[in-house]
Design a protein. Structure first.
Length: 87
């Protein structure tokens, strides 16, 4: 396994953990939260999503236009967008 693969896996894991933690802070049940969980199904509305985006932008020093423009429906989508922006 290459160093790049190890680093990518670690980054993806960290981002995933933070997305789930933030979703939980906004009211989602972390036990119900998986990569495939839709934000709506977790009880998170567009205002919650906007707050999630702001927190992720601040923590990772990013501009997440893809998240802000409705291309993200699931926890996994959010993780993928953040990881791709970090690359």
């Amino acid at each position: 396994m290459s160093i790049a693969t190890v680093v990518d896996t670690a980054v993806r894991r960290h981002v995933g953990t933070r997305v789930v933690e933030i979703a939980a802070e906004l009211g989602a049940d972390p036990r119900q939260t998986t990569r495939g969980s839709r934000f709506e199904a977790l009880g998170l509305d567009s205002l919650h999503l906007a707050e999630l985006i702001q927190i992720l932008e601040y923590e990772f020093d990013l501009k997440l236009f893809a998240l802000a423009h409705g291309r993200v429906d699931t926890i996994g989508d959010a993780i993928d967008v953040v990881v791709s922006e970090l690359s």
